[in-house]
Design a protein around this ligand. Structure first.
Ligand code: HEC
Ligand code: HEC
Length: 348
């Protein structure tokens, strides 16, 4: 977008007085303060929520598909034990992940990585911590068949679902004349997942111009997030991710993205997670090694491992105690306090 476009975008936002009065660090005369306000406007413009959910052309939205996908997502009969559903690990009560450092799958076996959220994945282009899947459709069948997760052979699953009258009807409504197939299972689950979007948070209300929606501390934290702490260099845009891969210097020796690429490039690099509803999503990181947001902030401040693969964006930050408090206050404004979701009635 050219400069004119940017100005127009910023001008379109109604920002009220208390936002204007927030100065960026280090300004002491009037022209600096003026420049700061313009800068803050520009920053805020980057955080507008999109108006609608994108669905791919080869798997467009329908109510029937999404409802079917929701049933499948919550149905433990998708696992060989009939005990584990997608929602066992991606639990809506924990912002669509679980509260353990590492996931547990079939026979309670421990997985190698922490369960990520499925919130706002309609906007993602790469999936899994290491980005080994290119679409939600491609991703969906992985955990069903994976021995460590749901351990369910897919051909048997198609037979099992075919024996359930209610599923035959639901698949017919979603995919008329196509019957039950692995592809249709994946397309239905992916469609449901795209509807899992975090609602308006206090931060969004602030971005839309309600200057009282977040505290003064959180407003200062927003500036720290974007400036001194450099968080927005990777956690960018309304969903707070660049959908890219970085080594942030966690102690874990998981090769991450480099294993998918088959070389030394992007060693220990993982996908940048979005930060929506982040308070509800502890513990943190691909290895679940950080328990609280305070531990996360201390990690970025000066707790990371120095190694060749470390992202150049990772630098000693020298944050003060107040700046850390403000940063955490800001992160807390990203939660949307969604209504409890209606669980589907599973067919027989
Ligand atoms: C046993 C726990 C468990 C179950 C069951 C499970 N998942 Fe996951 N899921 C995980 C873990 C752990 C990861 C991260 C794995 C990795 O990145 O290597 C993951 C990753 C994902 C991702 C990628 C998220 C992202 O940000 O890239 C999606 C989407 C997903 N799962 C959907 C599903 C669906 C759909 C099902 C059911 C068919 C399911 N999961 C079942 C634990 C589970
Ligand atoms: C160099 C890019 C980069 C920068 C800078 C960065 N992050 Fe991250 N962030 C990531 C990546 C990549 C991960 C996942 C790392 C992993 O698990 O190995 C992550 C993970 C997180 C998580 C955990 C999310 C989850 O689902 O577990 C939080 C919270 C977080 N970052 C907050 C911040 C804050 C606050 C800052 C600024 C102080 C910041 N990040 C700076 C890239 C970055």
């Amino acid at each position: 977008m050219g400069i004119v476009g940017k100005v127009a975008a910023a001008a379109a936002i109604v920002v009220c007085g208390s936002v204007f009065s927030l100065a960026l660090a280090g300004s002491d005369d009037q022209s600096d303060a003026h420049a700061d306000k313009a800068q803050l406007h520009k920053l805020i413009a980057d955080y507008q929520r999109p108006a609608s959910i994108p669905f791919p052309e080869d798997n467009p939205y329908s109510d029937a598909k999404s409802e079917l996908g929701k049933m499948l997502f919550f149905d433990p009969r998708l696992s060989v034990s009939n005990l584990i559903s997608c929602a066992t690990c991606h639990n809506p009560s924990f912002a669509w992940e679980d509260a353990q450092p590492l996931g547990s799958g079939d026979k309670m076996g421990q997985l190698g990585r922490h369960t990520p959220t499925i919130l706002n994945l309609a906007w993602s282009e790469v999936f899994f911590w290491d980005g080994r899947a290119d679409s939600l459709e491609e991703q969906a069948l992985g955990p069903i068949a994976a021995a460590a997760e749901m351990a369910q052979p897919l051909d048997e699953l198609v037979d099992e679902l075919n024996a359930i009258e209610g599923y035959k009807t639901a698949f017919e409504a979603a995919f008329p004349g196509e019957g039950i197939s692995e592809d249709n299972i994946a397309m239905a689950i992916a469609t449901f997942e795209r509807t899992v979007v975090s609602n308006l948070s206090a931060f969004d209300r602030w971005v839309r111009g309600d200057g009282q929606a977040i505290s003064a501390s959180a407003q200062r934290g927003f500036v720290v997030f974007n400036k001194k702490a450099r968080c927005a260099n990777c956690h960018s845009g309304w969903n707070f991710t660049d959908d890219s891969f970085h080594d942030i210097g966690l102690a874990s020796d998981d090769p991450g993205r480099s294993e998918v690429l088959g070389g030394d490039i992007l060693k220990h690099a993982f996908k940048t997670p979005g930060l929506r509803n982040i308070v509800e999503r502890a513990p943190y990181m691909h290895d679940g090694s950080l328990q609280t947001l305070s531990e996360v902030v201390d990690h970025y401040d000066n707790g990371f491992v120095e190694r060749d693969s470390l992202s150049e964006e990772m630098q000693q930050l020298g944050l003060t105690g107040d700046e850390k408090t403000d940063l955490i206050a800001f992160l807390k404004t990203l939660s949307s306090n969604d209504d409890p979701i209606d669980l589907p009635v599973l067919p027989n």
